[in-house]
Design a protein around this ligand. Structure first.
Ligand code: CUA
Length: 281
């Protein structure tokens, strides 16, 4: 706003002078306006004026950057966001929660977030809440995240990171402190393995197919509470049993090149897996 006001004032001054000069000194036959060669006072003024404005804007920028950027001494992040090809891992070091793509925060509180990458350079951006922060392998970056109003804030990877860069969505879900606590309490619980029925069959397939090799080692999204999430495949599909089935039948029809293999599962196996995964709330 300050920059806009200063620039607006300069624009009005310059445009106003221009219009005045065009009218006042317009061509008239036989009349030549007085010619001036150099004016030291004026030249000093138009050199120092802009310099002072630039210095003021510089000081204000440094001050604002200092306010919105975490200081170098703060390293105890509340939340860790890790970019993967092509999804976001989200960890809460204090409670031990690990989830994917959907970052929950209570409203009105400032969170220190560490941004990392597991493979290539990504960039975490939720336009309504933060500026872009690059996720660089081996070089953690920090930012503050705060939402003052409840709601879902959409975001996206903003550094080209491979074929599915365009499908690397994220969302911040800002909740009332009570709702956030409820979410936190449910996320720290570990679901019991289903004892019978289709879900139990699905659990067996889940183990046989070694899904855990990726999904419990951060090579793929943690699935402990997968059914409680709003979206699948890093935001490309609403999370419901029908879409989960389509995804498992062939992830690459939605995300060509995704590291989730197409296991060529039978329809029955997929139904069983969906039944199992839906128990993970
Ligand atoms: Cu990750 Cu682009």
């Amino acid at each position: 706003m300050y920059v806009a006001i200063i620039c607006g004032a300069i624009f009005i001054l310059v445009a106003g002078l221009l219009v005045t000069i065009i009218i006042r000194f317009r061509y008239k036959a036989g009349r030549r306006p007085p010619q001036t060669f150099g004016n030291t006072k004026l030249e000093i003024m138009w050199a120092t004026g802009p310099a002072i404005i630039v210095i003021i804007l510089f000081i204000m920028t440094v001050y604002t950057l200092h306010e919105v950027t975490p200081g170098g001494e703060q390293r105890d992040a509340d939340i860790v966001v890790i970019g993967h090809q092509w999804w976001w891992e989200i960890q809460y070091p204090k409670s031990g929660i690990i989830t994917a793509n959907e970052l929950h925060i209570p409203v009105g509180k400032r969170h220190l977030v560490r941004i990392e990458s597991a493979d290539v350079i990504h960039s975490y951006w939720v336009p309504s809440l933060n500026s872009k922060v690059d996720a660089i392998p081996g070089h953690p970056n920090y930012m503050f995240l705060q939402a003052d109003n409840e709601g879902i804030y959409g975001g996206h990877c903003t550094e080209f990171c491979g074929t599915q860069h365009a499908k690397m969505f994220t969302r911040v879900i800002a909740e009332s402190p009570a709702d956030f606590n409820k979410w936190e309490r449910s996320q720290v619980q570990v679901a019991a393995a289903p004892a019978s029925g289709l879900a139990a069959a699905g659990f067996r397939i889940y183990q046989q197919r070694a899904c855990l090799n990726c999904h419990a080692t951060s090579a793929g999204p943690d699935l402990n509470h997968v059914a409680s999430r709003q979206t699948l495949g890093s935001g490309i599909l609403p999370n419901n049993p029908a879409n989960l089935k389509l995804w498992l039948l062939n992830p690459h029809q939605f995300k060509p090149g995704a590291h989730m293999p197409d296991f060529q599962l039978s329809e029955h196996d997929v139904d069983a897996l969906v039944a199992y995964l839906e128990t993970l709330r």
